[in-house]
Design a protein. Structure first.
Length: 253
């Protein structure tokens, strides 16, 4: 018997919205991460349970496509479910809805790693979780495998560099920069380059290297102002490592 998806709702509050009274696009990542974490707790593979095995979940890649964003006073309903394993990745899908209208607003897919937090080495999640009966789900797969692959490094000339220092309030449970702030840094970069208020329509972010408190990320990329597409990456000043890559499309508010 297939298990039902996990469903959770998030009210859109005043501090969640941008100038058009719709949800800030980067805030969506907080909700997706929370929904995944809550479901993992239900399945018995949440943060506390994995910690007992000296493991931790880390988001490696995520891709989101939104047709609309919920407005102030509405609530965002997220339906999520696991969608299988591929070597070191555990995949999870999301469907997003307006509670007020019932309309489907968008979809997302994500790839997660289980790491040893002492040495940050990945271990196979299937080794620890394939035997769980709760892992038997059925649903549409939106982004997984080839549709959420490595992002090629852009060879085009980069625009200006915007430096972002990681503060203590941006550090998460795993003691590194929370994934939602990579999305925020990307949105800030697009806003700086265009001189406009912007919102993602579709975005994939690959998290390539963990970023600690106090680190400075030099963000740069290419923004096509005609078709509103972008490539943005962040390089750690101290090590020269590529911390993240993001690509997709956006709209101007």
């Amino acid at each position: 018997m297939k298990n039902p998806p996990f469903i959770v709702e998030y009210p859109i509050q005043l501090n969640d919205i941008s100038a058009d009274a719709k949800m800030r696009s980067w805030k969506l990542f907080d909700c997706l991460q929370d929904a995944a974490g809550r479901h993992a707790d239900v399945l018995g593979v949440g943060l506390k349970q994995l910690k007992e095995s000296s493991l931790s979940w880390v988001l490696s890649r995520i891709r989101v496509r939104m047709d609309e964003f919920p407005e102030y006073g509405d609530s965002l309903r997220i339906k999520t479910y696991p969608s299988g394993f591929d070597r070191l990745f555990a995949y999870r899908q999301f469907e997003l809805f307006s509670v007020a209208s019932g309309k489907k607003l968008g979809v997302a897919g994500s790839a997660w790693l289980t790491l040893n937090p002492e040495n940050y080495r990945p271990v196979s999640p299937a080794k620890y979780m394939s035997g769980l009966p709760q892992w038997d789900y059925e649903g549409d797969i939106y982004f997984q495998g080839d549709s959420m692959a490595k992002i090629p490094v852009s060879t085009e000339e980069r625009g200006e560099v915007i430096s972002q220092r990681v503060s203590c309030t941006q550090i998460d449970y795993n003691r590194h920069l929370n994934n939602a702030f990579y999305a925020m840094f990307t949105e800030d970069y697009l806003g700086k380059v265009t001189g406009k208020l912007v919102r993602f329509k579709e975005i994939q972010i690959n998290f390539n290297s963990s970023t600690a408190m106090g680190e400075i990320l030099d963000c740069s990329g290419n923004v096509n102002k005609e078709n509103l597409s972008f490539y943005v990456e962040g390089i750690q000043q101290s090590s020269g490592k590529n911390a993240f890559q993001a690509q997709g499309s956006f709209e101007i508010m």
